[in-house]
Design a binder for this molecule. Structure first.
Ligand code: ZN
Length: 267
């Protein structure tokens, strides 16, 4: 009993010490330098002011959720940052709408159709299901995704992100979203769940799709539904007003899931 109290005391002092260290470095409460370094090494913006801390983890670049346990256990390795889902899964990605009667689910089928309509050599096929889903789309509960509009994770080991969250009371420029705009946000999050990064993002661990604009050369796809929405040239309005994936988004999907096994990124 005495030993237990002693170890609790030691534990407590370690916490206090690390708190004061954090404030010395002007780091947001809850984000340690170690976490920031990991986030940066994954190629994401590691400015603490841009990171949302939620009870599930850290939301970087607006809507990409990095679960706490994946950082702590080092599950997120470099090759997993852009880890395309398996080719076989891509031919039948089962997605369940658990948005209830919220407006965000009213055009759910459109979000799936936008990617299914890429066509060409793409083998991607998203299917709405009620049972055994690969991906569930549901409303975020209190503080699951902070003030992000939506969030999800990247695939791990070829498996799509199991969950897409939407924040029901989201608004932008004073306006809540209509069903069409929500379907664009869902399509954007599905893009991440399949393995697509933000168009205006780069990093050592990311794969640049040949023939598409390269942010490292200051080139931008001004119509991409996969913009991060925080770019001054390609703002969030582009996602809200999108009529579907841009030509470059489509090129990306075709390269990820090309019918020719020698020409695709998926395994
Ligand atoms: Zn995003």
């Amino acid at each position: 009993m005495k030993n237990l109290k002693l170890s609790m005391l030691i534990l407590l002092s370690i916490s206090i010490m690390s708190c004061s260290k954090d404030s010395d470095n002007n780091i947001e409460p809850g984000i340690s330098q170690e976490i920031l370094s990991k986030i940066e090494s994954m190629g994401f913006d590691a400015n603490p002011a841009s990171i949302i801390v939620t009870k599930l983890g850290y939301i970087v670049e607006g809507d990409i959720l990095i679960p706490k346990e994946s950082l702590e256990k080092d599950y997120v390795q470099k090759q997993h940052v852009l880890n395309v889902i398996n080719c076989a899964t891509a031919r039948n990605v089962r997605i369940k709408n658990e948005l209830g009667d919220h407006v965000s689910g009213d055009r759910f089928g459109r979000a799936l159709k936008l990617w299914n309509d890429v066509g060409g050599a793409s083998t991607l096929n998203l299917v709405a299901v009620n049972k055994n889903p690969d991906i569930v789309v549901r409303l975020a509960e209190n503080n699951e995704i902070g003030n992000a509009f939506g969030s999800t994770t990247f695939p791990v080991n070829g498996v799509p992100s199991p969950l897409i969250f939407l924040r029901p009371d989201s608004s932008y420029k004073g306006q809540t979203f209509n069903a069409l705009q929500w379907s664009n946000i869902i399509a954007h999050e599905i893009g991440h769940a399949l393995g697509i990064l933000h168009t205006n993002m780069s990093g050592d661990e990311t794969i640049h799709i040949p023939g598409t604009p390269d942010i490292d050369n200051q080139e931008r796809d001004e119509l991409s539904i996969m913009t991060d929405g925080m770019d001054t040239v390609v703002p969030f309005d582009v996602i809200l007003n999108s009529t579907g994936p841009s030509l470059n988004d489509k090129r990306t999907i075709r390269l990820m899931f090309h019918e020719n096994a020698n020409r695709r990124l998926c395994n």
